[in-house]
Design a protein around this ligand. Structure first.
Ligand code: ZN
Length: 377
């Protein structure tokens, strides 16, 4: 039998091939450039039709989040449109921690990824289509270190300043699928939730805060290895021009409500993190966040509040994290939305796990919850 072949030279492609024998491959993760984070993978296998592939990604106890691998199934697609899951098992004692993916493609080429990718080409399609919509203004906030544009879409003429931004961590591609769902609501002149939000708010939408990390196939950092969500206290042109540009635009507009969209490697649930522990914490400001959280929990079974991150003790918030900085700096109701790489364990989907489709639907619920939150304030 001939050996399978593996390719990675495309947008967000990333894996190291250690060896190939027949339909089996031994693989390893690449680290993000100039950093120690490794978790994202995206590669193409050919010569695969009707053969059971055995793909072993090794060394994972040294990955960024070893807890992300147990109960995780790799994402797979044969048409790059529908992304399902390939049965995967994790053995922390095999070869430094090994995820074994088994899958038998029906066609000769199959694509595997940590989560359904959201390419920069699709990003440009999203920006172009949104910018061409009635009442939407395009704004280029700045430029990345690789020279890519930092895109922002703005709409609405209400008094409240709403910021939605995603993918500071580029491997969290579900965050841009969420954005696609959100922009479909906000740019559609016939969508009543979008119309009402545009009446109440000025919305600023940054669908991808980290284009360089996205194209390079990074998990967590930009072109020079900076974790952007640790840069919000003192962003710099050298290390974090993305944050510098977004924060400057926020300084101009002010912020009343902000949602920073992410994915979580380990926790099999959708949850929000707030800004407990900021110096300017007040119960009134905190209650605005908790009220949003309870509205969203009532609106969709995909959201819950039992699982999530521990809250910071009073006065101990890390102001380099976006949500804390935005809440502190603008006295805003700010929050971090986390979606799972694995699945929502309360409502599992054996075929797809957490998926692009569910990320987009969640965005609709988040915006409907925002409208209810505003109208009941
Ligand atoms: Zn993140």
């Amino acid at each position: 039998m001939t050996d399978i072949g593996i390719d990675t030279q495309f947008d967000s492609g990333n894996i190291e091939v250690l060896s190939i024998s027949g339909a089996s491959a031994r693989l390893a993760l690449h680290k993000d450039n100039q950093s120690d984070f490794a978790q994202w993978f995206h590669f193409r296998v050919h010569g695969a039709a009707d053969r059971e592939l055995e793909l072993k990604i090794t060394g994972l106890e040294n990955s960024a989040y070893p807890a992300g691998w147990p109960d995780y199934d790799a994402c797979v697609s044969e048409d790059r449109d529908f992304w399902g899951r390939a049965a995967s098992t994790y053995d922390k004692d095999e070869d430094g921690g090994t995820l074994t993916i088994r899958y038998t493609p029906g066609t000769d080429i199959a694509w595997f990824a940590y989560f359904a990718p959201y390419s920069m080409e699709r990003h440009h399609d999203l920006v172009a289509e949104s910018a061409a919509s009635e009442g939407v203004e395009y704004r280029r906030l700045g430029q990345t270190l690789d020279g890519q544009p930092l895109d922002c879409l703005e709409m609405g003429d209400g008094a409240r300043q709403v910021w939605l931004y995603a993918r500071q961590h580029p491997g969290e591609s579900m965050a841009e699928w969420w954005m696609e769902g959100a922009l479909e609501v906000l740019c559609d002149p016939t969508d009543t939730v979008g119309r009402a939000l545009r009446k109440h708010c000025r919305l600023h939408v940054v669908p991808n805060c980290n284009p360089d990390g996205s194209r390079r196939g990074h998990l967590r950092t930009n072109a020079v290895g900076t974790n952007l969500n640790r840069e919000w206290a003192e962003p710099s042109a050298e290390a974090s021009p993305e944050v510098l540009a977004i924060r400057a635009a926020m300084d101009e507009s002010g912020v009343d409500f902000a949602m920073d969209v992410h994915g979580d490697e380990a926790i099999a649930a959708v949850f929000l993190a707030g800004f407990e522990g900021i110096p300017s914490w007040t119960d009134d400001l905190g209650d605005r966040f908790y009220r949003y959280q309870s509205i969203l929990e009532r609106r969709t079974p995909d959201f819950q509040t039992a699982k999530g991150y521990p809250k910071s003790a009073p006065g101990t918030a890390n102001l380099a994290i976006s949500t804390n900085q935005v809440a502190e700096r603008y006295k805003a109701c700010a929050m971090t939305l986390e979606m799972p790489f694995k699945d929502n364990a309360d409502w599992p989907d054996e075929v797809q796990g957490w998926s692009p489709e569910r990320s987009k639907l969640l965005a609709r619920d988040c915006l409907a919850a925002l409208l209810e939150w505003i109208e009941s304030e």
